[in-house]
Design a protein around this ligand. Structure first.
Ligand code: HEC
Ligand code: HEC
Length: 323
């Protein structure tokens, strides 16, 4: 037998790492649009572009500067630092398991990862590039032009840029946390406290209305009562100007949550303890607040169990592809 072990996207064949297409045993088949099947070459081109600072107007930042692999593809800041000392309005979300997103961005606005790629590149407060100028520049880089011809049979253009980066993002799978091993049947994978926390989260509290296992999100938008008045950023309201959309934001997955502080669309909570405090208080009673978000009490032990359970959602095995 030649196959020794498949870890992440690495197949160990006679002690040599041979890249294979990613798959997930917990999360289900990785969805992809018909016009953009994943291939190893395409993922590799997308990965190079993702880490390439030349995508920003002054060659100062890459996608990875706001989506660092070691922080589960977030940046540890409340709002991100863009080009020329500018700041984004929102907190950078994790890109792990982004293949499964039904709608991309906090407003739940964009339908595909392909459509999202050009947003940060052209966004004034993020990478600030002019797409036409940028494409000229990228086409002139022999490595990129050759890859575009080889993989897509065309010159380096918006299609090549968006398809390859999106394919790379879909390859970022994280499904090997202690929780995943427990979920797949290994009852010793989680500590007793983590199992008590999981029980609370799953059966006693109402969290699973919006953060159900195994994805820990419904992939929909919701209003969790973060503010009584959301001020400048009213979430999905920005898109459709409906009163009933005020304060609706994408429900984030809680996977790797201990790596992605600070929390919420504006990074306003520094710790998971602060997040729990918010839910325990029953929210700020915004007029669109979900009726599921209601006040509850936790004993000291229960709170510790929940926080320990959050730790069990951490999986850093994906990092082996970035060393
Ligand atoms: C200056 C920091 C910054 C840079 C550079 C940046 N991003 Fe982001 N990214 C963000 C922020 C902030 C958001 C949240 C924006 C929102 O939802 O309105 C985001 C959201 C996203 C999302 C949506 C994820 C979700 O859960 O909905 C994807 C996908 C993404 N970025 C990919 C990329 C790619 C690809 C690049 C490079 C082409 C990139 N980002 C460059 C900060 C950045
Ligand atoms: C009605 C749906 C809903 C319910 C119920 C709900 N959440 Fe959330 N949760 C959200 C939304 C929406 C956000 C993002 C809000 C934002 O960005 O402003 C969020 C954010 C979070 C975050 C921060 C994630 C991040 O990456 O920033 C954590 C942690 C969290 N919820 C935990 C919980 C826990 C624990 C419970 C149960 C006590 C719970 N949630 C119940 C909708 C919900």
């Amino acid at each position: 037998m030649l196959t020794l072990l498949v870890t992440g996207s690495c197949l160990l064949l006679a002690f040599k790492c041979v890249k294979v297409l990613p798959e997930s045993s917990t999360l289900g088949p990785i969805p992809f649009p018909e016009d953009n099947p994943m291939t190893l070459e395409k993922i590799e081109l997308g990965r190079k572009l993702f880490f390439d600072k030349r995508l920003s107007v002054d060659n100062s930042i890459s996608c990875a500067d706001c989506h660092h692999p070691e922080k589960a593809f977030t940046d540890g800041l409340a709002v991100s630092n863009g080009v020329l000392g500018r700041h984004s309005e929102r907190n950078a979300p994790s890109l792990l398991n982004s293949a499964y997103l039904e709608r991309v961005m906090f407003d739940g606005e964009l339908k595909t990862l392909e459509m999202q790629v050009i947003v940060p590149i052209q966004e004034h407060v993020e990478m600030g590039s002019d797409m036409r100028e940028l494409l000229k520049e990228l086409r002139a880089i022999p490595e990129y032009e050759a890859a575009a011809q080889r993989i897509f049979g065309r010159s380096f253009d918006p299609w090549v840029l968006t398809r390859s980066i999106a394919a790379f993002e879909r390859s970022l799978i994280s499904d090997n946390s202690a929780f995943d091993r427990f979920y797949r049947g290994d009852s010793s994978a989680m500590t007793a406290s983590q199992q008590r926390g999981w029980e609370l989260f799953n059966n006693k509290l109402y969290c699973t209305q919006c953060h159900p296992a195994p994805h820990f999100t419904t992939y929909k938008v919701a209003n969790n009562g973060l503010y009584a008045d959301y001020g400048k950023d009213q979430g999905r309201f920005r898109i459709d100007l409906e009163e009933s959309s005020k304060g609706f934001f994408k429900v984030p997955s809680l996977r790797n949550i201990s790596l992605t502080a600070p929390y919420m669309h504006d990074g306003s909570f520094l710790t998971l303890k602060n997040v729990l405090q918010h839910y325990k208080s029953g929210g700020k009673n915004h007029f669109n607040q979900s009726p599921t978000v209601v006040k509850f009490d936790l004993t000291v032990q229960e709170e510790e169990d929940l926080l320990n359970f959050f730790q069990s959602l951490t999986d850093t095995t994906y990092l082996q592809n970035f060393q």
